[in-house]
Design a protein around this ligand. Structure first.
Ligand SMILES: Nc1ncnc2c1ncn2[C@@H]1O[C@H](COP(=O)(O)OP(=O)(O)OP(=O)(O)O)[C@@H](O)[C@H]1O
Ligand SMILES: [Mg+2]
Length: 690
């Protein structure tokens, strides 16, 4: 018989319940207010009194109201059909809910119990199985969803019978297994699992040894995250945490993405709902939504369920990991979850820790992060959960408790800097403050040596050193003035800028830049060329020393041209019938004007041409354009560029560089750069197409 109780005290959403039977910690109960059944979780038990946290507003509740205990913890329902759904933190299917706002006490089924799934058995009668063993599979969108022996079933079992291949509903019996005592258990495609407990249906959790490609160059090159690894993105308000996570969720090399929107603004999630169904997954060609599940507990939804939302997300991730898949969980923002914990702890009148967060905050956070990881399943296959959360430290103070505690738990740290965000250098990941501890793992170094090039990690460190020296030089220049420092300081500074422009910056809203230049895919060496990043770093290290001041200016002008060139490349390729002119100046203007934009750009021009573009098929690869610029620099060409002075980049009217396009059958095929001052001077070509 179920335990019941009556309300004896109410402190906001904490309700004290006098129970008439046994109550366990974290048990779920329903607080009954008239017709409404509000879900709640037991967070403290003292004698007969249970302190429960209600996931809804307790407005109107009074002492004496009835409470029913369920006898189990908060559970996630696991079965085919989870992918591409939008849940709230308690796994209610948001699409099944009516109205604009969630009604108090409304619950919906997370899955479709009527739908038929094509089941194919993977075991036969007589086989031995344990929790997590694959009994069969059903196609769910594009993945093969494994039906497993429920994780809660401990010990060894023997399969008595399995249904034949065919169509079944998720709650139909698909197998019968017997335990060692001979008792039989019927297995369906649905199982439940308490979200606060890790799913441990694996044999081993080795150290991560592969890299998860995120598609964000600043991460993949300088601070890669391992598959099965953990990382976090702290950043002041508006520094680009959400945009960065969205960019990762589009490009990451994962089979399943779980996006937990925890306590952030609802419109940010709406962007995903609206955008993802129309985007294609770069790896499979299917709609991006088909690999994504969104858990949404935004700022206008009950605060208490925030905590549940991150756990529900993790549980769904672990479930798909047990099928041998690569799962990426993104949570935005874990600070909101910590704030929910703080609220609860304050109401319980617990002893406060730093900033009034609960004393055990570091333990709660590290427990959660430790659920991620690469695992070896019973059948020898590997699966992984990679976790990347954001943290919003108030005022950008990285010494606050949530950032500090997360730093202890996560292995990658992507600090967003206000300075970089202010100067529109996105993603604002600070190349020096950020780190990835995976670069220290010999397994990961070996992986890079084999996948990319021997000595890759050394090249990364060399690149970081160049950036570090550039930063130091910039500080000196700031203090002593342009003329107060030796010319090498300028050189160091601009060299680090080159790295910044060539690969650290990436406009998340520029189709070419964000979606077509994920680094690892493009940086594999070819027979003639070393990987791009190594080429750039080598190049910078071997650039001839700058001797005259004019050269420094040249460097600066060239750097400012990069974004312009990639834009033009894209514009031109989107308009194959654009008339071409012999005059490069005119060419630049012609290519920009149809879009209603003014020719000539400043350094933040990347992506400005985005508006008004449709169906762009870029043939120019911005990075190659950039590399190409770097090559010109190393050759010391073009000679005519000395006089450029304060000329606007991209506008060769003062005798600087111009861009023209190579034509074949009247169509532009490549971007050519020419020194306009010397019409017969050297021409360099950037090959089009990719
Ligand atoms: N990679 C990027 N490329 C281009 N623009 C970006 C990029 N990252 C951020 N931005 C710009 O910065 C703005 C703010 O970013 P975002 O909303 O992600 O900040 P946030 O850190 O999540 O803020 P909050 O703490 O308020 O949630 C974006 O609207 C966008 O204009
Ligand atoms: Mg945000």
């Amino acid at each position: 018989m179920k335990t019941t109780g009556t309300v004896s005290g109410i402190i906001a959403n904490i309700v004290i319940v006098r129970a008439d039977g046994p109550v366990s910690q974290n048990e779920i109960c329903y607080v009954i207010l008239g017709e409404t059944r509000m879900m709640a979780e037991v967070i403290k038990v003292i004698g007969q009194d249970a302190y429960v946290q209600v996931f809804d507003s307790t407005r109107g509740l009074k002492a004496g109201d009835r409470v029913e205990f369920e006898g189990h913890m908060l559970e996630a329902t696991l079965a085919p059909g989870i992918l591409s759904r939008n849940y709230d933190g308690l796994q209610n299917d948001l699409e099944k809910m009516d109205g604009l706002f969630i009604e108090r006490g409304s619950h919906t089924e997370p899955l479709d119990f009527e739908k038929l799934w094509e089941f194919t058995p993977l075991v036969e009668a007589g086989e031995r199985v344990t929790a997590g063993s694959w009994l069969g599979e059903v196609p769910e969108l594009w993945i093969s969803h494994k039906i497993m022996l429920p994780f809660a079933m401990e010990g060894d079992y023997v399969v008595k019978s399995v249904v034949a291949k065919g169509e079944y509903k998720i709650d139909e019996v698909i197998a019968v297994v017997a335990d060692t005592q001979g008792a039989e258990h019927a297995i369906t495609m649905v199982q439940k699992w308490p979200v606060k407990q890790a799913i441990k249906a694996y044999v081993e959790k080795p150290r991560p040894f592969r890299v998860m490609e995120t598609g964000v160059r600043a991460i993949d090159t300088f601070n890669p995250i391992a598959e099965g690894g953990t990382g976090f993105i702290p950043g002041p308000f508006g520094a680009g945490k959400t945009v960065l996570q969205h960019a990762i969720s589009k490009q990451a090399d994962a089979d399943v993405i779980i996006f937990v929107a925890c306590g952030e603004r609802a419109n940010e999630v709406v962007e995903i709902f609206a955008e993802f169904p129309h985007l294609t997954d770069p790896r499979t060609g299917h709609s991006l939504m088909e690999r994504t599940t969104i858990i949404c507990n935004t700022s206008n939804m009950p605060v208490a369920a925030r905590e549940a939302s991150v756990y529900t997300g993790m549980t769904l991730g672990e479930y798909y990991r047990a099928m041998g898949l690569k799962v990426l969980i993104l949570a935005d923002s874990t600070s909101r979850w910590a704030q929910a914990l703080r609220e609860m702890s304050n109401r319980l009148e617990e002893l406060p820790g730093q900033d009034a967060f609960p004393m055990d905050l570091p333990a709660i956070i590290s427990n959660f992060y430790s659920r991620a990881g690469l695992v070896k399943l019973g059948n020898g296959q590997m699966g992984s959960v990679t976790f990347l959360g954001t943290v919003s430290p108030a005022g950008g103070n990285l010494k606050e408790p949530v950032t500090e505690s997360t730093k202890k738990a996560a292995r990658c740290f992507y600090a967003l800097s206000q300075g970089r965000a202010d100067s529109k250098r996105y993603p604002a990941i600070d190349p020096l403050d950020s780190y990835s501890k995976y670069l220290e793992y010999p397994e990961i170094c070996e992986y890079f040596d084999q996948r990319i090039e021997p000595g890759w990690v050394d090249a990364v460190y060399r690149g970081k050193t160049l950036v570090q020296r550039g930063k130091e030089a910039a500080e000196q220049i700031n203090i002593l003035g342009d003329d107060g420092v030796p010319v090498e300081y300028h050189e160091r500074f601009w060299k680090s800028e080159l790295i910044d422009f060539v690969f650290l910056q990436q406009d998340a809203f520029d189709d070419t830049d964000a979606n077509r230049c994920p680094f690892l895919k493009n940086m594999l060496p070819t027979s003639e060329k070393p990987p791009i990043v190594v080429a750039v770093i080598d190049l910078i290290e071997t650039l001839p020393a700058i001797e005259e001041d004019d050269d420094i200016r040249k460097f600066r002008v060239f750097l400012r041209c990069f974004p312009l060139l990639s834009d033009i490349g894209e514009t031109i390729s989107s308009q194959p019938n654009l008339p071409l002119s012999d005059d490069p100046l005119e060419q630049v203007d012609q290519s920009v004007q149809p879009l209603g934009l003014v020719p000539g750009h400043d350094s933040s021009g990347m992506g400005k041409l985005r508006q008004g573009q449709e169906g762009v098929v870029p043939t120019i690869h911005p990075i190659e354009v950039n590399i190409f610029w770097a090559e010109i620099l190393s050759d010391g060409r073009p000679d005519g560029a000395q006089d450029c002075g304060s000329a606007r980049p991209g506008r060769p009217d003062n005798g600087e560089m111009g861009a023209v396009f190579d034509v074949e059958d009247g169509h532009p095929t490549a971007l050519l750069l020419r020194n306009v001052c010397q019409p017969d001077g050297d021409r360099h070509m950037v090959p089009g197409g990719r």
